[in-house]
Write a protein that binds this ligand. Sequence first.
Ligand SMILES: NC(=O)c1ccc[n+]([C@@H]2O[C@H](COP(=O)([O-])OP(=O)(O)OC[C@H]3O[C@@H](n4cnc5c(N)ncnc54)[C@H](OP(=O)(O)O)[C@@H]3O)[C@@H](O)[C@H]2O)c1
Length: 258
Amino acid sequence: MDLGIKGRKAIVCAASKGLGKGCAQALAREGVDLTICARGKDALEATARELSALGAKVTPVVCDVTTEEGRKALLAACPAPDILVNNAGGPPPGDFKNFSLDDWRKAVEGNMISPIALIHATIYGMMDRGFSRIVNITSASIKQPIASLELSNGARLGLTGAVAVLARKAARSNVTINGILPGPFDTDRLRGTSEKLAQSRGVDVAVVDAERKAAVPAGRFGTAEEFGATVAFLCSAHAGYITGQNLLIDGGGYPGSL
Ligand SMILES: NC(=O)c1ccc[n+]([C@@H]2O[C@H](COP(=O)([O-])OP(=O)(O)OC[C@H]3O[C@@H](n4cnc5c(N)ncnc54)[C@H](OP(=O)(O)O)[C@@H]3O)[C@@H](O)[C@H]2O)c1
């Protein structure tokens, strides 16, 4: 299916690896011009080369998207995006008892304020131009909180609530805002958490991985490619009637009917 977004301009945040990279690859295959960012220069440039090899025009911006300076650099490279994929690293795991207010401020800054700032800076121009797609990468934890990820549960649910009305306001201008809620995907982040869990339990990482996969009805982790394909559809010309939704992509992990 032609997604009808060839020549559109996209900002994909936090895209040198993992889910962000999966989104950038899927959009590159559709002929979208990409501005991508990450903090690490080498991985970002390597990803930019891979995306260029798919035929995309790519502008890599080395920056921390959770800072004002980083977002300025990103918007300077792409001031009028048609597509905005909000993403950043997730807050660390831990226990409510031990989190400081500063931990909470960092989580909210990174996973709530930062995407809100990028939406605020771009959405009014998007509405004037009459086509845009915004996708916020959040987490399955907003539907079903994850015990060790209280910082993430809170900050991401805050973002979800913050844009719910705006998504409806923008719909008339053919601008959509949707959240996409990943369950376990095979990325560096997931591998890192499996390794930590394995160390703390004194077992091999393969044991932890097998248990985690067994907990997913699909019996496996998701791939960045299938994640990217779903996001690319939500960014497509065909998805203008889907807005204000929060789509779980978790191999059936959430047990509810709705
Ligand atoms: N994978 C999963 O199973 C899963 C499930 C639910 C939610 N999530 C969430 O989805 C998001 C992406 O996860 P992932 O699995 O793709 O992680 P990943 O494989 O670790 O990749 C993270 C990417 O984001 C970049 N990045 C991180 N912090 C950044 C920042 N402040 N500014 C700019 N770039 C930044 C990283 O590059 P640099 O480090 O070089 O900046 C890297 O390119 C995270 O918020 C994660 O919590 C993931």
